[in-house]
Design a protein around this ligand. Structure first.
Ligand SMILES: Cc1ncc(COP(=O)(O)O)c(C=O)c1O
Length: 287
C-alpha cells in the first residue's frame, strides 16, 4: 500500500487502461534509469480540461526538444486526456501525462530501437482554499542550481526537488530561485512581481519553464488594464516588490505575503493580485 494512493484508480499505460495497483514498467525504462522523459499536468474543472491546447503544445515542444517521437497527433493526446477524465469520479482533477524514451539496455546514448513509454493518471485536485487566497503564503529565496534547459518539462526534477525541500525545511510554502542575481522561478511554479502597478515576469527563455498560466496572466493583466513587462528582474527588485505572486496548474494564482521572513508590501494580498485572481476564477467559471 502506498499512503494516499488508491490502487484501484484507473491509469493508462502503453495502450491499456489498468488499475494503478497493477500498472508496471520495466526497471530498464529510461525514465527510471536516466530521468529520460518529459511530463505534463493538465487541470480540469467540472471534468473539462483547462487550457488543454497550451498544455499539449508544451508537451509536444518538450518531446521534440529531447527527440522523442511517439508518432501521435494532437487529437490523440486530447483523446487520451478526455478519455481519462471520463473514467474517474472527480469533478476537479489533474491529468498527469508522462512520456519516456522507453525500455532499452542501459547506455546513455539514445537506443536505436525503443518504443516510448506513455503513461497517464488522473488525481483529484483540491483548489487552493480561502485561507491560502486570503492570507497568502511565505517563501524564501535560494540559488537556482538547476541545469540550463528549464524550458523543457523534464521528469529529471532533482534540482526542483532539492529546492522544494529547502522550503519545507524552512517551514515555508515555496522557494524563489535566483540565477546570477536574477529571478528565475519557484520549485514548481512561476513567480510574478508587482512594482508601481506594473506586473513583471522573468523573460521566457531557457532559464524558466514557461507556465501555461504565463500567457493567461498576461491576458488577464491586459483585460484588467494592468501594465505588463517581461524582463530580467533583480534580487533587489523582488525584495522591494509591492506584491509577489506565484502561478501553476495546482496553485492557480497565489499571493506571497512573506519573503525571507519579511512582509511583502503591506504584508497582505494586494490589489493587482485581487484583479488577477478574479480574472482567473472567471476563466475557470466560463469553461
Ligand atoms: C518549474 C516550474 N515552473 C513553472 C510551472 C508553472 O507551469 P504551469 O502554469 O503550466 O503549471 C511549473 C508547474 O509545474 C513548474 O514545475
Amino acid at each position: 500500500m502506498i499512503p494516499n494512493v488508491d490502487p484501484d484508480s484507473i491509469v493508462y499505460l502503453n495502450g491499456e487502461y489498468l488499475r494503478l495497483g497493477d500498472a508496471r514498467i520495466s526497471v530498464l525504462d529510461r525514465g527510471f534509469i536516466f530521468g529520460d522523459g518529459i511530463y505534463e499536468v493538465v487541470p480540469a474543472y467540472g471534468r473539462k480540461p483547462f487550457r488543454m491546447d497550451g498544455h499539449l503544445a508544451r508537451l509536444e515542444r518538450s518531446l521534440a526538444s529531447i527527440k522523442i517521437n511517439v508518432g501521435w497527433q494532437r487529437g490523440d493526446w486530447e483523446k487520451l486526456v478526455v478519455g481519462m477524465l471520463d473514467r474517474v469520479p472527480f469533478e476537479t482533477s489533474m491529468a498527469y501525462l508522462q512520456v519516456t524514451r522507453g525500455v532499452a539496455k542501459r547506455d546513455h546514448a539514445f537506443p536505436a530501437q525503443a518504443t516510448p513509454t506513455v503513461f497517464c493518471m488522473v488525481s483529484a485536485f483540491e483548489r487552493p482554499g480561502a485561507a491560502l487566497r486570503e492570507q497568502g503564503i511565505a517563501v524564501i529565496s535560494v540559488p537556482d542550481l538547476r541545469w540550463l534547459h528549464c524550458e523543457i518539462k523534464s521528469v529529471s526534477l532533482l534540482g526542483n526537488v532539492l529546492a522544494k525541500q529547502q522550503a519545507v525545511d524552512a517551514g515555508v510554502d515555496e522557494v524563489v530561485q535566483f540565477r546570477d542575481g536574477y529571478l528565475s522561478e519557484g520549485a514548481s511554479c512561476n513567480v510574478w512581481v508587482v512594482k508601481n502597478g506594473t506586473l513583471l515576469a522573468p523573460l521566457r527563455n531557457n532559464l524558466i519553464l514557461e507556465g501555461i498560466r504565463y500567457r493567461l496572466l498576461e491576458e488577464l493583466a491586459q483585460a484588467a488594464g494592468i501594465r505588463f513587462e517581461s524582463r530580467r528582474i533583480s534580487q533587489q527588485e523582488v525584495e522591494q516588490a509591492d506584491e509577489l505572486m506565484l502561478t501553476s496548474a495546482t496553485k492557480e494564482v497565489l499571493p506571497v505575503v512573506k519573503y525571507n521572513g519579511k512582509p511583502v508590501g503591506a504584508g497582505r494580498p494586494g490589489p493587482v493580485y485581487a484583479k488577477l485572481r478574479a480574472g482567473y476564477d472567471q476563466a475557470v467559471a466560463s469553461l
